[in-house]
Design a protein around this ligand. Structure first.
Ligand SMILES: [Zn+2]
Length: 72
């Protein structure tokens, strides 16, 4: 942006103090890394939660079948 409009600062707008190139914004900026880590953590957490719900449903179905089969 600095090359197109000299009024705009060429620093990263996240405020890390480095030059705000596209590669920096996508890969090297610490703010982007924090955001990416948040996305990964959220995905892992939702995957764990959904797999827990999945296993709980399987356990419920199988325990219902076991109680149907056994007479006691
Ligand atoms: Zn930055």
């Amino acid at each position: 942006l600095m090359k197109m409009n000299s009024d705009v600062s060429d620093k990263c707008w996240h405020g890390c103090g480095k030059t705000g190139t596209l590669i920096h914004l996508l890969w090297h900026c610490p703010e982007t890394k924090i955001f990416c880590q948040w996305v990964v953590d959220t995905l892992v957490l939702s995957f764990r939660f959904s797999s827990m719900v999945f296993f709980a449903l399987i356990l419920k179905v199988y325990s219902a079948k076991i109680t149907q089969i056994s007479p006691t």
